[in-house]
Design a binder for this molecule. Structure first.
Ligand SMILES: O=C(O)C1=C[C@@H](OP(=O)(O)O)[C@@H](O)[C@H](O)C1
Ligand SMILES: C=C(OP(=O)(O)O)C(=O)O
Length: 429
């Protein structure tokens, strides 16, 4: 436990930040580089706890991975070179590692056991275990395989056509990755588009994939060929500073080289809908992903409605968007977001409690939140909920509170953004 006392800021935020690499893309680069034949160099890799769990898991299966700060070199020799780990593998806090690794290992001839921290151990795994079992996977664990620890005994898999019951890129990815090692062609049909990093990166590794609107198909028994990856800045990390600039009067910030894949840019659409002064500069495509600098200047905002297909495009940003909404004129409505209840913590409940404790007017709904702005926020003692995004949201809130905010434990930031406080300091002085 690492307590931190945060004082309100007396001046506007200004300057530039190069946010660390995207978490979703970093995980996939390690996984696909390990599955590929040849040497993959990953630049601007996110050197955070969650991504290092993924690195360790592949190292435990015999893959040689070198790391120099944010550059990884992965010496891939294909999945048949993987060796069976003799000990259970630790997933820490990482839902993405858990769901995607189950898809990868379901069809490989290895026996593996996984466990996680106390947050991950409460998160549902049946969303991937069910479709994988339909393909022939053998997965056992608590509650018929819904909760970690889980064991996977690799089997020969058969392709399926799976209609995703949840809007989840992790489930989509797990089924497609299992499909890569199955007999036949596997298809997933989405309810609405979710982040597409698995599809685009698999194609960069030479996999043939058919993307027909909401249907994505992959033929089994394909091999991956190594390729170099540049990881864009994580828009989910940039979001904390976009909101900081939008709520601290007089602020002006530039977030550099941020990933702008349109399955991820819901936060920008929301800021624009609220009337923010935000522009995208120096846009380019790098390594198959759109990137650019985001320039934001403080301006008074109005409330908006966030629902439907927009939700998967900003799912991880909802805690910080809720803080933003406390400073916008009118009532912001967030709905269709019940998925938030099965993240690192129940984020609907945690956001309601945290913002209410800071003086905001928030109503908790089954699938979302109603936030009545504008509220003057005050200091208080805040819980971490063992959730990196809750800790960073409360830290940004402290910039505009009338007195200090005390967070009981800031260590969860290591999950996705270990340099968060250093970046915050660099634009605060
Ligand atoms: O595929 C991914 O990398 C992720 C997908 C999302 O989860 P779901 O697939 O559960 O929506 C997101 O919340 C998570 O942070 C990362
Ligand atoms: C939900 C998140 O990640 P994961 O599912 O990988 O734990 C997140 O980063 O907000």
């Amino acid at each position: 436990m690492k307590e931190r006392i945060l004082q309100p800021i007396g001046n506007p935020l200004h300057g530039e930040i190069e946010v660390p690499g995207d978490k979703s893309i970093s995980h996939r680069s390690i996984m696909f580089g390990s599955l590929a034949h040849g040497t993959t160099i990953v630049e601007h890799f996110l050197n955070s706890e969650d991504c290092l769990r993924t690195v360790n898991i592949f190292r435990s299966m015999g893959v040689s991975i070198e790391q120099k700060e944010s550059t990884l070199t992965i010496y891939g020799e294909g999945p048949q070179s993987f060796t069976e780990p003799v000990e259970p593998l630790y997933l820490g806090n990482s839902g993405t590692t858990a769901r995607l690794i189950l898809g990868i290992l379901a069809g490989l001839p290895l026996f593996t056991t996984f466990y996680g921290d106390r947050s991950l151990t409460k998160r549902p795994m049946n969303r991937v275990v069910e479709p994988l079992r339909l393909m022939g996977a053998s997965i056992t664990g608590r509650s018929q395989g819904n909760y970690l620890p889980l064991s996977v005994e690799g089997k020969t898999l058969q392709a399926i056509h799976y209609h995703l019951p949840v809007k989840s890129a992790q489930v989509k990815s797990a089924v497609l990755l299992a499909g890569l090692f199955a007999n036949g062609t596997t298809t997933v049909t989405e309810i609405s588009p979710t982040r597409n990093h698995t599809e685009s990166m698999l194609q960069a590794f030479g996999v043939e994939l058919l993307n027909n609107g909401l249907d994505i198909s992959v033929r089994g028994q394909q091999t991956l060929t190594a390729t170099d990856i540049y990881v864009p800045g994580d828009i989910s990390s940039a979001a904390f500073f976009l909101v900081a600039a939008a709520i601290v009067p007089g602020s002006q910030l530039k977030l550099l080289h941020v990933g702008l894949n349109e399955t991820r840019t819901g936060i920008i659409d929301v800021l624009q809908a609220m009337g923010a002064d935000i522009t995208i500069e120096r846009e380019e495509t790098k390594g198959g992903e759109r990137i650019g600098d985001i320039h934001i200047r403080y301006k008074e905002l109005t409330a908006t409605i966030i629902e439907g297909d927009m939700i998967p495009r900003l799912i991880d940003e909802i805690p910080i968007i809720a803080l933003l909404a406390t400073q916008a004129e009118g009532t912001t409505v967030i709905k269709d977001a019940a998925e938030l209840r099965v993240k690192e913590t129940d984020r609907i409940q945690a956001v309601t409690e945290t913002l209410t404790n800071l003086g905001a007017k928030v109503e908790e709904k089954e699938d979302g939140l109603l936030i009545h702005g504008r509220s003057k926020l005050h200091g208080n003692r805040i819980q971490s909920y063992h959730d990196h995004r809750m800790v960073m949201m409360a830290s940004i809130a402290s910039l505009i509170t009338t007195s200090e905010v005390v967070i009981n434990d800031i260590s969860p930031i290591a999950t996705s953004y270990p340099t968060f406080y250093a970046d915050l300091k660099s634009v605060s002085e």
